[in-house]
Design a protein around this ligand. Structure first.
Ligand SMILES: [Zn+2]
Length: 202
């Protein structure tokens, strides 16, 4: 089992490799079939990321097959199935690090900002279920002066939404609470920059 601190260090190192363009050759050559990763998994981290096509999780952390347990959903929101997935990975595979990964210019966050400012009547119920989970993070910011600056509003809302998702994971289930208390499970927030490729953990 890899500790949360060690796992975090491996993700930081991997992201540094990704940014500098020097990939780990072992990852490119390792076969995804047969023995090793295909036989069993011991992912070093669980990543709850956004579905955005520009944020391919394994690539930005320069990790290979079997290294990351990835949950992707638009706006990296937390609903029951996301909590269940994290519980599953942490209990079954012993992952001790959970990263909620947002990113700059998130379309789901932007759509939420627009929906609050100019509500549409016939939005699909399914899409609304995503927007409604991001909404509280945006509404808080709309009560501040930031509301006049659309770009700043979106960028702060991305981080607020990551923090909210991390909080929900920390307190969303008894299992995760116990793993945090007794087993050193760590839930951290992070933001991937589409502009620089850098992941900032916070
Ligand atoms: Zn996004």
């Amino acid at each position: 089992m890899i500790s949360a601190t060690k796992a975090l260090e491996r993700l930081r190192e991997g992201n540094r490799r990704f940014v500098s363009g020097v990939r780990n050759p072992g990852i490119l050559m390792s076969s995804p079939f047969g023995g090793g990763p295909a036989a069993e998994q011991e992912p070093l981290a669980v990543i709850l990321g956004c579905s955005d096509s520009r944020v391919p999780v394994e690539m930005i952390f320069d990790q290979g097959v079997g290294d990351l347990f990835v949950i992707r959903v638009a706006g990296n929101i937390v609903a029951s199935s996301q909590i269940g997935s994290v519980e599953f990975a942490a209990e079954r595979f012993g992952s001790r690090l959970v990263v909620v990964l947002g990113h700059t210019q998130c379309g789901a966050v932007r759509a939420t900002v627009e929906e609050i400012q100019r509500p549409t009547e016939n939005q699909s119920r399914n899409l609304r279920s995503i927007v409604d989970r991001i909404r509280p993070s945006v509404e808080e910011l709309l009560e501040t002066e930031i509301r006049h600056d659309q770009d700043e509003l979106t960028s702060q809302a991305v981080r607020a939404n990551v923090r909210a998702s991390a909080e929900q994971l920390r307190h969303g289930s008894k299992i995760l609470e116990q793993l945090i208390e007794r087993e050193g499970l760590l839930v951290v927030g992070a933001e991937y920059s589409l502009e620089s490729g850098i992941v900032d953990f916070f």
